[in-house]
Every structure is written in structure tokens, then in C-alpha cells.
Design a protein around this ligand. Structure first.
Ligand SMILES: Cc1ncc(COP(=O)(O)O)c(C=O)c1O
Length: 461
């Protein structure tokens, strides 16, 4: 039997001057922007920049513990290569998947460090390690599908989930478990709608790392419980920043896991090159890489080829290991100073991170001591919903003491009520960190100052 094609009746031409039928009138919308756009979150580390500038314009010195950006110069051997490539004229459009030289270097490096096979056709280069987070959610999730991500975690994980219409399934990390987790914690969150499971070790904002046993139990639960199409998104951007002899472990190295894991990294942290905007992902298959290549074409065409050549040198030059080691040594000294210093301030409790360059102290005691919990409870409902006691402390430290930090809500809002933490980046020189510590010590005892600050009404983030 043949099916007759359905033909819609041709719309009748309206008579000149006649009023169009009601049904054809576009429904007015309250907002200029789409509902989806209003669901998109942000990264507050960038948003408080203007506040810092206001303070600096007044001649005040701000201790910047807010940004996740190493404070070291780009190593000379990488900078020289970028300049050389510009002089050679590598300044035009290039392969949207990433230039072959960099994809080959990524494939070799990722394969060697993780003990797996990687081919360059599975590598895609992005403008940093951030874009593949949202692109992966667009590529793998239909509305109603679920994304599991760590909370506290990098804010873009949660931000994009709602934007693409997926269901956020935060995996709440506990201080008692050093903000790490195992398969037992993950299992209850997995469902038949799970499409992406995000892992991030070493982690932002807590600096947590994972043990081999924990990783094996996570892999085991995923193998047995997750749908076959679910992808593990392993954000390994801090893979080189480890302390106390910790070695980087990737879930992709475990048996059977490489074929379902997207491994993501880049130059921003390891090579102190946040402005280079070069990141990459290794996909389980070349077909998946092609989908992301096409997303690149749609969004930004390609990434500057001269920076990609610099990234290739970063990965392959023997000089890079020395730069990374010196940076980690400096971070270790700062971490030890700051952890000891914070723990000596009443109201702070800070554990030692195993990697990355952040501290994530519990400030429940501080919130109570200076009255931040009560002050938050007394806020007008609209302000209360956009804030938390740790947000008030963050703003107090910034405006009154010129120490820039990040509140707990900045790292995943869902389920963050009642959790009082701050993130402090130690990517700031030792002398500044000492000044910051002293300012926080005084602030922690300044209940009156906090009450006055609240009366001024400058607590909005
Ligand atoms: C966990 C995590 N993933 C990704 C990124 C993004 O890195 P990039 O600057 O390379 O885009 C960051 C940056 O802070 C991060 O902390």
C-alpha cells in the first residue's frame, strides 16, 4: 500500500487591510531572551572581576585568590615557538579538528601517560578545555537525559546541563571523604537516562584526587549499571599538578574503560597558558570526533594554528617537565603555608588537597561567629535566594578586607544550601598569600565590621 503524501491547505491570501486571524498572531513573550538562555549559569570567578577593578581603581591592593590561573609566565621555549610560527605565516584558517601536528602529539602523549592506544583521528582540539563541556552535553543529551557531575565542581558542568534541557544529577562530595568518592556513591545516581558521567581528578574546587581502588570501584559500577551509550567525561585539566608524590590516574587506563571515556585536558594549567586557549579531547571513536569537528566548524571554525604549534612543543619538549616541576614546588610551599595558616584562624577548617591549586576550607564556624548565617536568614527573599552565608563572607572579605575568594554556590548550586565553604586559589605569590592570611585572620574576628557591612547593603555577588 502506498501512503499518500499529506498536503497542507494553501493559506488563504488576506484581503488588503483585513486583520489577520487571531491564531496566526505570534504569542508575545515577556523576555527578549529565550527561556534556555535564562537557564545558563556562569563562572563567578570571572564575574567578580569588575568588583576587584573598582577596588583597585580606588588604589587598594586586592589579594587575588579567586582565579584558577597559574601566576607563572609562559615558558620561553613555548613562547618562542608561537612567535616563530607567526613569523612563518601560520596565521590563517586551519583544520577545524586541530592541526595534525598537535593531534599527533596529543595522541602520543595521552597514549604514553595512560597506557592506552590513541589515534590522531580521535583527537579534537578546542579553544581551551572549557568548550567541550557544553559541546558534549549538546552532542550526547536529549531533553530529559541525565548528566552526573561532581558538586562542588567546576560550575560549567551544572550550568550547561539545564541549558541543553538535560537533568542535572549532582554527586555531592563530602569533606569527610576528602571530597573524593567511590562507586558506592555514584551507583544511586545512575539511571537508564544517564548519558554523561563527569569525573574531575585532580579536582576544582577541592583539589581532591582519587585512589586506584576508588577509581576501580567507579569503573565497576559504570560497567554494570550505566547504559551502553553513557559516556564518561574525564576532565583531567589538572593532571600535572599533584603533590606528595601523587601520580595522575585516569579512568581510561582501567580495562574496558577507554572505549567509553572522553579524556579532556589542555595547556591552561600545566603550562600556565590560560590565554593560549588550547584544549583537547580524545573521543572513544573517530565518528564521535567527527561530530565534534562539525560543532567546531559551526561555532568557531578553528583554533589559531600558531598556538597549536606552541601546544605541540609544550607537550613534546623535554624542557616542559622542568617548568611543571618548578611550578608544583611553588604550589606545594604555598599550600602548606596556607593550610597551616587557615587552620590557625578560629572558624576555618582546611584539609590538605592532593592536587590542583585550590584550598576549600570549611567556614561554618566563621559564618556562625560573625553572624553570617543569621544575616542571610534576615535577607529579603529575593536576595536570600541568590546568596548564601558563604556568599556574604566572600563579599565581606572582598569589600572590607580586599581578599578575593569564591563562595560554595559558585561550584554547583543544586543542594548547596547549608554548606559553608570558600575556595581559595593559591595561584598567587607567597607574600600576597601571607597578607591575605593576615587579613582573613582579622576579618574572622570582626563581627561588628560584618554587621556594618551588611547594613551598607553591598553583599550582592
Ligand atoms: C575543572 C576545569 N575544567 C576545565 C577548565 C577550563 O580550562 P580552559 O581554561 O582550558 O578552558 C577549568 C578552568 O578553570 C577547570 O577548572
Amino acid at each position: 500500500m502506498t501512503t499518500r503524501p499529506t498536503i497542507s491547505p494553501r493559506p488563504r491570501k488576506a484581503k488588503a487591510g483585513s486583520v489577520p486571524a487571531k491564531a496566526t498572531r505570534p504569542t508575545p513573550r515577556a523576555s527578549l531572551f529565550s527561556a534556555r538562555t535564562r537557564l545558563l549559569g556562569s563562572e563567578n570567578a570571572f564575574r567578580i572581576g569588575p568588583h576587584i577593578k573598582t577596588l583597585e581603581d580606588r588604589g587598594l591592593k586586592v589579594i587575588r585568590c579567586n582565579l584558577g590561573e597559574p601566576d607563572f609566565p609562559l615558558a620561553a621555549h613555548i613562547a618562542e615557538e608561537v612567535k616563530r610560527q607567526i613569523d612563518l605565516g601560520l596565521t590563517h584558517y586551519c583544520d577545524p579538528q586541530g592541526i595534525p601536528q598537535l593531534r599527533e602529539a596529543v595522541a602520543r602523549t595521552v597514549a604514553r601517560r595512560r597506557g592506552i592506544d590513541v589515534t590522531p583521528d580521535r583527537v579534537v582540539v578546542f579553544p581551551g578545555a572549557k568548550p567541550p563541556i557544553g559541546l558534549a552535553q549538546q552532542a550526547y543529551c536529549d531533553p530529559g537525559d541525565e548528566v552526573i557531575y561532581p558538586s562542588p565542581g567546576f560550575p560549567i558542568y551544572e550550568s550547561f546541563t539545564t541549558y541543553v534541557g538535560a537533568r542535572p544529577r549532582p554527586l555531592h562530595l563530602r569533606e569527610e571523604s576528602d571530597f573524593s568518592f567511590s562507586g558506592r556513591d555514584l551507583a544511586p545516581l545512575i539511571s537508564r537516562r544517564t548519558r554523561i558521567i563527569i569525573l574531575n581528578f585532580p579536582s576544582n574546587p577541592t583539589g581532591s584526587v582519587v585512589t586506584r581502588e576508588q577509581l576501580e570501584s567507579i569503573a565497576d559500577v559504570i560497567q554494570h549499571k550505566a547504559p551502553a551509550q553513557a559516556r564518561i567525561y574525564s576532565d583531567e585539566i589538572y593532571e600535572d599538578i599533584l603533590y606528595d608524590g601523587n601520580r595522575h590516574l585516569s579512568i581510561a587506563s582501567l580495562p574496558g574503560m577507554a572505549q567509553r571515556t572522553i579524556i579532556v585536558s589542555g595547556v591552561s594549567k600545566s603550562y600556565s597558558w590560560t590565554g593560549g586557549r588550547v584544549g583537547w579531547a580524545v573521543f572513544p571513536t573517530a565518528e564521535e570526533a567527527t561530530v565534534f569537528k562539525n560543532l567546531n566548524i559551526n561555532y568557531f571554525s578553528c583554533i589559531p594554528a600558531y598556538n597549536q604549534m606552541g601546544a605541540r612543543i609544550a607537550l613534546e619538549s623535554p624542557l616542559s617537565q622542568g617548568s611543571i616541576a618548578r611550578m608544583c614546588e611553588a604550589f606545594t610551599e604555598r599550600r602548606d603555608l596556607m593550610v597551616a595558616g587557615l587552620n590557625a584562624i578560629p572558624g576555618f577548617r582546611c584539609s590538605k588537597p592532593g592536587g590542583a591549586f585550590y584550598l576549600f576550607p570549611n567556614i561554618s564556624g566563621l559564618c556562625k561567629n560573625i553572624g553570617a548565617i543569621d544575616a542571610h536568614r534576615r535577607l529579603p527573599a529575593a536576595d536570600r535566594g541568590r546568596s548564601s552565608p558563604s556568599t556574604l563572607v566572600q563579599m565581606f572579605l572582598l569589600w572590607r578586607y580586599q581578599v578575593a575568594t569564591m563562595d560554595r554556590r559558585s561550584f554547583g548550586r543544586i543542594g548547596s544550601d547549608g554548606l559553608h565553604y570558600l575556595r581559595l586559589s593559591i595561584a598567587t605569590g607567597l607574600d600576597d598569600l601571607k597578607t591575605g592570611l593576615e587579613r582573613m585572620r582579622v576579618a574572622a574576628g570582626d563581627r561588628d565590621g560584618f554587621q556594618e557591612f551588611m547594613k551598607e547593603g553591598k553583599y550582592a555577588c
